[in-house]
Ligand binder design. Structure first.
Ligand code: DUC
Ligand code: ZN
Ligand code: ZN
Ligand code: ZN
Length: 483
């Protein structure tokens, strides 16, 4: 059964034009005028765009003594409801656990996905097994490796481990990702605030100032440069980290920054003079920042120094958040956002003139498809591409509320926000999963998307390599002959 999306305006990362789209066997079969199909999807007054890709989600993730509540079923249902047609989650080994073991766990959970998905591999410890299994992960279609520079004593890796892993990623032709926060300083500040009797959720924000993020971003960029690999920095929340990324890019390094829709639209006042539940529900790392930082992030998206808008969707219920009553360090870190990313970015970006429509498509879909090496199968409206399409109705409005959301948690951090611009249809590989708010998802429809390595290599700008690369130094401290 073919479908034709009729009467809409196609918007891609570079073009805007009127055309119909014919969908057959899950793919875009033809783009043109007056196309015919077995079924007609009326796109009059709508923009036909590549479905959103959220490269940063945590479904059913074991974390801080519990599991994030949205799983691959509710999470991808929320995604489709908001126009996102692919998510990339993190296969996360516990320290000491093998990578293949973790991938197997994520394979099992993700069989319930309603839309296509992929995994990043988290590197949460270092050893020969990890080194070896990174190659197996690559062969399984995982070309990105995530490192936590925070969560000391749990997921954090140290600089020597970071450097070793980055070099291994380079060998494999992949891209390293970092959660950039200085975990040592955060741990110290947490103890300081607790010892002063400051145990509420606002102390979470005090203990993670922008400087801890800026420092770690700079450090990761330098270490990546010495390893000769590109670098993708997740959840960039502040000017300090953004500045480091801008500088690296101006120097010719492939360094990409990913702000979250939460940091773009919610600020630190959410933590102060609010009741405990309100503040704790918004505890995530990095925390929300002030307006100056928000402006910096919006400017980065417009100028191209920041590349991708994600969510870090990691949803915990109010009851789970309450594990941290009396000790903010025990509040599970994370917020939802998958369902609202596209409507919020459209409303606060395109609707305010901060972003053009093409920029909207670039930062919600096309840029990350290119970085992850799945373009143009994903992130494009082109003949032959997967029919992951959102038919976007710019006139459709709603007020965001937990009462009507797909996510399984009992609140929404965007509660009460009015959005204008919502999906009329969301198609996942040709299947209509959403029509005007009516959910028609099919559990298990989603497939794993393999992402082969493409090996972008950063020409190191540091002189480090030439100065030290093949030099062997004897233990006596005397350089070996010939060096
Ligand atoms: N930050 C969060 O807030 N949650 C999940 C992991 C992370 O880094
Ligand atoms: Zn993180
Ligand atoms: Zn995350
Ligand atoms: Zn199906």
């Amino acid at each position: 059964m073919s479908k034709v999306i009729k009467g809409g305006t196609i918007v891609t990362a570079d073009l805007i034009y009127d055309a119909d789209v014919l969908v057959e066997n899950g793919r875009i079969a033809e783009i043109g005028k007056d196309l015919k199909g077995d079924e007609v999807l009326d796109a009059t007054g709508c923009y036909v765009m590549p479905g959103g890709i959220d490269p940063h989600t945590h479904m059913e993730m074991p974390f801080m003594g519990t599991y994030s509540t949205d799983d691959f079923e509710s999470g991808t249902r929320a995604a489709l409801s908001g126009g996102t047609t692919m998510v990339v989650d993190f296969a996360l080994p516990q320290p000491g656990q093998g990578l293949l073991d973790a991938i197997q766990m994520w394979d099992n959970k993700s069989t319930r996905a309603n839309c296509d998905y992929s995994f990043h591999m988290a590197i949460t410890w270092w050893g020969e097994q990890v080194f070896n299994e990174m190659k197996d992960a690559t062969e399984r279609g995982i070309n990105t490796f995530k490192h936590f520079m925070a969560y000391k004593g749990a997921l954090m890796v140290n600089d020597d481990e970071l450097f070793a892993s980055f070099q291994r990623v380079k060998e494999l032709g992949g891209i390293p990702l970092v959660h950039a926060e200085n975990g040592d300083v955060v741990a110290d500040l947490q103890q300081k605030y607790l010892s002063e009797g400051n145990n509420g959720p606002e102390a979470h924000a005090y203990s993670r100032p922008p400087e801890v993020e800026g420092e770690a971003a700079n450090r990761a960029i330098m270490i990546a440069d010495m390893a000769g690999v590109p670098l993708y920095i997740v959840h960039v929340s502040c000017e300090q980290a953004h500045e480091a990324i801008r500088r690296a890019r101006m120097q010719g390094k492939r360094v990409w920054g990913e702000p979250l829709i939460q940091h773009l639209t919610l600020d630190e006042s959410e933590y102060f003079d609010k009741d405990w539940d309100h503040a704790a529900r918004r505890v995530m790392s990095p925390p929300f920042r002030n307006k100056q930082h928000q402006d910096s992030l919006w400017n980065g998206l417009a100028s191209g120094s920041l590349s991708v808008v994600a969510t870090d969707h990691c949803a915990f219920t109010t009851d789970q958040k309450r594990y941290g009553v009396g000790d903010f360090t025990k509040i599970p870190n994370g917020t939802g956002g998958l369902e609202d990313r596209m409507p919020m970015l459209w409303t606060y970006g395109v609707g305010t003139g901060r972003l053009t429509m093409q920029e909207f498509v670039a930062v919600t879909s096309t840029n990350i498809a290119k970085i992850l090496n799945i373009y143009p199968r994903k992130g494009a409206i082109l003949e032959g591409a997967d029919a992951d399409i959102v038919v976007w109705d710019p006139a459709k409005e709603k007020t965001i509320s937990a009462k009507t959301q797909q996510s399984a948690i009992d609140y929404n951090v965007f509660e009460g926000k009015h959005v204008k611009g919502l999906p009329r249809f969301t198609l996942t590989r040709g299947k209509v999963a959403v029509h005007d708010g009516e959910i028609r998802t099919e559990e298990g429809h989603g497939e794993f998307v393999k992402r082969p390595p493409n090996g972008p290599v950063n020409k190191a700008l540091s002189t480090w390599k030439e100065l030290t690369a093949p030099r062997k130094v004897e233990r006596t401290g005397i350089p070996a002959s010939g060096v």
